[in-house]
Design a protein around this ligand. Structure first.
Ligand code: ASP
Ligand code: MG
Length: 404
């Protein structure tokens, strides 16, 4: 039995007209003699509206009721899809998470899917039915409705594809796929045909808009191939798959950039065990997300300099925390807004020497100063002045021949 899982995002089912279009896509797959399982998100804007309502009722709305409330948008979208398919002469019905059931564990608002029960759905598929399953929601051991975090219907689709050993899992969305860099920032950005899970995760700043990062991790662990494509434009999208399925010899797959970062430098920090921990502990308690961290080797073994980056909006809070932190000693602290992080990403750099040099030389040729450097196995990031960000993006996109 060839099974395909089709997931539709909020914008794909955003209006009645769009829902009608989506059912045409479903019918196309069905006519190819596939068993089709559909997972849908709520109509766009609905989940946000429900969250707003919960806040109007109470600024401390209880989590278990929050899940019942915010998961209701999916029920509406799924029944409309199923209703339209019936209207068109196809056997279809909606399934809520608890009806299947999709079991979750973990806290309300942020549960994880543990198991998808297949029996009822299999029976329905065998009868030729098209099940339309609510994404984003499940049920826990106490038989209460749960949700799995914003954007969670991607993860629902992937876990369902895994349970049914589906041949294909297609994520239909409002963009044509994953691009070499944000097409809103660079017109020359190109659609990537094939990308590895790891690259996709590293490109989170781009990828997050296309797919929820947790769901990419789920797909990676379960080796599910994902196709991302547009609901509105009939063109091949992007395939997210394992590294060994990448058979071209490109070095860099994509470039991501951030545009609203800030840099903090502590000069003359005492160099002894536990210092870094005491700097970052209060930041973590206050949910401040620290990104790049660089510490110099201390020349005299007594003092060192430590630099890290955060989101610019967290700068004031961070200033206060650092200045009030009595457990650390330093000579002075510098804060700088208006920095950008540019990262080149590609599994090809593992086997290709000289990528770092090429990146730095290309930036140097454009007189772009690098303030901080950090690397991972498949990523090189530099921190630069925000005003150079666009120029750096253009330069690196060209240097690594991404528009070709
Ligand atoms: N409707 C949910 C949300 O807006 C889940 C999803 O769209 O994936 O977060
Ligand atoms: Mg989404």
């Amino acid at each position: 039995m060839k099974i395909v899982v089709l997931k539709f995002g909020g914008t794909s089912v955003g209006t009645i007209e769009k829902i009608k279009k989506v059912t045409d896509i479903i019918i196309e797959h069905k006519k190819k003699k596939n068993k089709v399982i559909v997972v849908s998100s709520a109509m766009s804007g609905v989940t946000n509206d429900l969250i707003k309502k919960s806040k109007q009722i109470s600024n401390n709305f209880i989590d278990s009721e929050y899940d019942v409330l915010v998961s209701s948008g999916e029920q509406v979208a799924c029944s409309l899809i199923a209703g339209r398919l019936n209207h068109k002469g196809f056997k279809s019905r909606s399934w809520l998470g608890w009806q299947i059931p999709i079991f979750t564990n973990g806290p309300y608002t942020n549960s994880r899917i543990q198991q998808v029960n297949k029996n009822k759905l299999l029976r329905f598929l065998k009868e030729g039915g098209i099940p339309i399953i609510t994404g984003f929601q499940g049920v826990n051991m106490n038989e209460r409705v749960t949700t799995i975090g914003r954007g969670g219907s991607d993860a629902s689709a992937i876990m369902i594809a895994k349970s049914f050993k589906a041949q294909r899992c297609v994520i239909y969305t409002d963009v044509e796929g994953v691009y070499t860099t944000d097409p809103n920032k660079l017109k020359k950005a190109k659609k990537i045909k094939v990308i590895s899970y790891e690259e996709m995760l590293e490109m989170a700043s781009l990828g997050a808009k296309v797919m929820q990062p947790v769901s990419i991790q789920d797909a990676r662990l379960n080796r599910i191939n994902i196709e991302v494509k547009s609901s509105f434009i009939k063109k091949p999208g992007t395939l997210i798959t394992k590294r060994t399925n990448l058979n071209d010899n490109r070095i860099i797959t994509g470039i991501s950039s951030t545009h609203n970062d800030a840099k903090v430098t502590l000069v003359g920090v005492k160099d002894r065990p536990g210092v870094a921990a005491s700097i970052f502990k209060p930041l973590s308690i206050n949910s401040i997300n620290v990104d790049m961290v660089v510490q110099n080797i201390s020349p005299n073994g007594k003092e060192t300099d430590l630099t890290f980056t955060i989101k610019a909006e967290d700068l004031n809070k961070t200033k206060k925390i650092i200045q009030e932190n009595k457990s650390i000693k330093f000579k002075k602290v510098l804060f700088q807004k208006g920095v950008s992080k540019i990262s080149i990403i590609g599994v090809g750099m593992i086997t290709t020497p000289g990528v770092t040099f090429r990146m730095f030389q290309a930036l140097a040729n454009k007189k772009i100063n690098i303030q901080v450097i950090s690397t991972s196995e498949i990523k090189i990031s530099v921190l630069i002045n925000k005003k150079d960000a666009k120029k750096a993006l253009v330069t690196l996109h060209k240097e690594f021949k991404l528009q070709e």
